[in-house]
Design a protein around this ligand. Structure first.
Ligand SMILES: [Mg+2]
Length: 314
């Protein structure tokens, strides 16, 4: 995969993004759709170590509580996984790029999230599981992280000392094990994902959200190639007059895939800047005095976590 490094000038501040968002803030319904990894959480070497920025969590919780504002988290992770990591009551969770969906009520325990799964032939889940086991056994390196999310599977290699070589090794094993290409290859940033043909992608998930919520405007945020599919769906819906809004690319690392910046209206320089944008939306839409009053920083987050029951949405 090729990638370009945008100039620093290409990224805008959260303040500038909020100025661009201003014309849409008085319209309802509003739909806010965000990716998780690299958008609400900084990229870390171990995908299981990804943690949401506290400011983004507070902002999305407030936004999810505003009348006629709908929040959806659209992730490649399983819906239950991303719901555990975000814990935003009142939000929709579209996991596995839209193969899974569920809605968490306010104050509902995340573990009781009901997830609907698009029906797919069991054969694909069996092939994905076979690949998960066999690729891990063949490579046997600690940098390989296998994410099982039937009917799909993802092989992450963020932590490899030589990411190009790691990607090539994984591709080679996958070709050996699935030479007929029964599962479709979706290369992402330091990840190779395999999915059955015909299952929803983020573009189709966005189309479903627009159909369900009929928003007058959409704000959508993401950092990877799969998010560009959602941005393109929004662009088409805007062109046809169905809705309006903005697609915001987030620069999670030193480079951004060109498809992402090309499909976006604006580029934010980091997940922190994305959190500031969401906080600005919350302040403008919800009169969010609690954003400033809430404790900030890792220690405050930890003490707050200790003071409340685990994995409960608010
Ligand atoms: Mg991402």
């Amino acid at each position: 995969m090729t990638a370009v490094t945008p100039t620093a000038a290409a990224a805008v501040t959260a303040g500038e993004a909020l100025r661009r968002a201003a014309p849409f803030l008085s319209t309802r319904p509003l739909l806010i759709v965000s990716d998780f990894d690299g958008t609400l959480s900084p990229i870390v070497l171990d995908p299981w170590g990804a943690v949401m920025l506290p400011l983004a969590r507070r902002a999305l919780r407030l936004l999810a509580g505003v009348d006629d504002v709908h929040v959806a988290i659209l992730s490649g992770r399983r819906a239950s996984d991303v719901a555990e990591r975000t814990r935003i009551g009142g939000a929709s969770y579209l996991g596995n790029h839209g193969v899974e969906s569920g809605r968490l009520q306010r104050r509902q325990r995340v573990r009781s999230l009901q997830v609907e799964v698009v029906r797919v032939d069991d054969r694909f889940s069996e092939i994905a599981e076979h690949l998960a086991t066999a690729v891990a056994a063949a490579i046997g390196e600690p940098w390989l992280v296998v994410e099982r999310k039937p009917p799909a599977v993802a092989f992450h290699f963020r932590g490899a000392p030589d990411v190009d070589a790691a990607g090539a090794r994984i591709r080679e094993e996958v070709e050996r094990l699935d030479p007929e290409r029964i599962l479709i290859r979706f290369p992402g940033r330091r990840v190779l994902e395999l999915r059955p043909p015909g299952v929803p992608d983020k573009g189709q998930a966005m189309a479903t959200l627009i159909r369900e919520h009929r928003p007058r405007a959409v704000f959508t945020l993401g950092d990877d190639i799969s998010d560009a599919e959602a941005f393109q769906t929004l662009a088409r819906a805007r062109r046809s007059g169905q809705t309006d809004g903005l697609a915001l690319a987030v620069q999670a690392r030193s480079e951004v895939p060109p498809q992402v910046t090309e499909a976006a209206d604006l580029l934010l320089a980091s997940p922190v800047e994305a959190a500031r944008f969401l906080a600005g939306l919350a302040r403008r839409l919800g009169g969010a005095s609690t954003l400033e009053a809430a404790p900030t920083g890792e220690m405050a987050q930890r003490s707050a976590a200790m003071a409340r029951p685990p994995a409960k949405a608010s």
